[in-house]
Ligand binder design. Structure first.
Ligand SMILES: Cc1cc2nc3c(=O)[nH]c(=O)nc-3n(C[C@H](O)[C@H](O)[C@H](O)COP(=O)(O)OP(=O)(O)OC[C@H]3O[C@@H](n4cnc5c(N)ncnc54)[C@H](O)[C@@H]3O)c2cc1C
Length: 441
């Protein structure tokens, strides 16, 4: 592709980069996508190993992932995402004890959540009365920027200030917070939690629905996005690592790779995570507090079992080291003997340093405690995946360090899940950032 023909270079071929490239291609722009890895998908991809189809980590989508759904519809793979009509979350704990959050779909949001929370068995009526102050606080932040005072609080401090008991927090708020924010409620800022909750519960009942990919993650979007871009005259190159930006006369003009290839274009959109972006040569005008943003790890285990151990699509595990377990057989609609499950530990700062055997031991211990059938099951195959740089650690003060998507300097725009989209660093933030950056070029 000659440089004069390239309208924009997009750095990174994950959700942000591909949704940006697709939005630009849709507008008739000639785009060049570069990614350092041999495959597309960034932090959300899948692969096959030991006879297992493995996601690099189980990804949960939500009905309020509007930018993501728009992206998937544009590339024609929306039907590979199953959006569940019911808002139901089952919880399991040691001894096979169960609880259930069931939000009636006939009630408008956020009343359906209130009804669901009131129905939790493991929380007393007295403890539930604190929901009134929780509701008042959330409503006062229904839209607009999150107040600085709340941004400075951890999730734990915010919930406790509303009178929510430790038991209520452990049984409902902690699993939700750690799933959404990928860090412990003791260290994560309340800002991201409020951003997610208000979108999920104040923008229509469909926003709080859960959704899961019926296929491996890569199959959900990478090939279709590449085809969309290339069919419109663009190009997608893997194994191309950006080493620095080319700047002339106060404007970014292109990039140079570690193999010394030069690509020039009218605009460069970077969707590189902050820890990768700060490693490449960038003009001083782009330096800023974003360079201090820190990652939070996720550890996952996929296991093929000789028998079914759960009937639900997914379960939250209470009082355990591992947080969630997903029934991949049911979610993917696979016809197989036995069952494939995926276990997730979010905010896994400690476990990221463990050996795969130690992670496996934690997962099997928790499954055996929460799912009685698991003790009878034989593990036929398994795979531990560690993602040390899974998402941004949303510590208090981090929100202000996130640059807005589409900003930067002449010829250059920041994007990526970590930019300030009004969402925690998630797939939705990634897709939204890419679309915003594309819209601002
Ligand atoms: C295990 C795990 C579980 C998760 N679970 C969820 C979930 O349940 N729900 C949810 O919404 N989100 C989840 N996330 C977060 C989600 O995956 C990310 O928010 C999203 O994938 C980020 O997309 P992105 O395009 O912004 O960044 P990335 O996917 O990181 O894309 C950036 C790309 O840039 C490339 N790159 C880096 N440096 C260079 C360079 N120098 N030159 C060229 N290319 C470069 C990388 O190879 C990468 O492909 C999870 C993440 C992980 C890891």
């Amino acid at each position: 592709m000659g440089s004069e023909k390239t309208d924009a270079i997009v750095l990174g071929g994950g959700f942000a980069g591909l949704s940006c490239a697709v939005a630009l291609a849709e507008k008739g722009k000639k785009v060049l996508v570069l990614d350092k890895k041999p495959h597309l998908g960034g932090r959300a991809y899948s692969f096959r190993e030991n006879g297992l189809d493995i996601d690099n980590g189980q990804h949960l989508f939500m009905g309020c992932y509007f930018a993501t759904i728009k992206f998937l519809k544009t590339i024609g793979t929306h039907d590979k995402l199953d959006v569940y009509q019911d808002v139901v979350v089952d919880y399991a704990e040691a001894g096979g004890k169960r609880d259930r959050l069931a939000c009636p779909s006939w009630l408008p949001a956020p009343l359906h959540l209130a009804a669901g929370l009131l129905g939790l068995k493991g929380v007393s009526f007295r403890e539930k009365s604190a929901l009134l102050s929780f509701d008042r606080s959330l409503k006062s932040m229904k839209s607009g920027p999150i107040p600085e005072a709340v941004e400075k609080l951890t999730v734990r401090a915010w919930l406790t200030s509303l009178g929510l008991s430790a038991n209520f927090q452990t049984r409902f708020f902690d699993p939700a917070a750690i799933g959404i924010l990928n860090d412990s409620p003791d260290v994560a800022s309340a800002a991201g939690f409020v951003q997610a909750l208000r979108t999920m519960f104040f923008t229509g009942a469909e926003s709080s629905r859960f959704a899961l990919a019926k296929t491996g993650l890569s199959e959900l979007y990478t090939d279709a996005a590449r085809d969309f871009v290339e069919a419109r005259g663009g190009r997608v190159i893997s194994n191309a690592k950006a080493a620095g930006l080319i700047e002339r006369d106060g404007r970014v003009r292109g990039i140079v790779t570690d193999m010394d290839s030069r690509f020039e274009a009218g605009h460069v959109v970077s969707t590189l995570p902050p820890w990768d972006l700060k490693k490449i040569g960038i003009p001083s005008a782009l330096r800023g507090p974003w360079e201090d943003l820190k990652p939070a790890p996720i550890v996952g285990v996929t296991m093929k079992l000789d028998r079914p151990v759960m009937t639900e699509r997914f379960l939250g595990m209470l009082h355990t080291e591992t947080h969630w377990v997903f029934n991949k057989t049911l979610v993917h609609g696979t016809k197989e003997e036995g069952q494939t499950v995926a276990v997730v530990i979010s905010g896994a700062h400690k476990q990221i340093g463990y050996s795969p055997e130690k992670i496996m031991a934690a997962a099997t211990r928790d499954l055996a405690a929460c799912l009685p059938e698991f003790s009878k099951a034989k593990i036929l195959a398994s795979k531990v995946v560690k993602e040390p740089f899974a998402t941004l650690s949303p510590q208090p003060g981090s929100e202000a360090k996130r640059p807005e998507p589409g900003t930067g300097m002449p010829g250059f725009a920041f994007a990526g899940d970590w930019t300030r989209t009004g969402f925690p660093a998630t797939i939705e933030s990634a897709c939204l950032s890419g679309q915003i950056a594309a819209g601002r070029l």
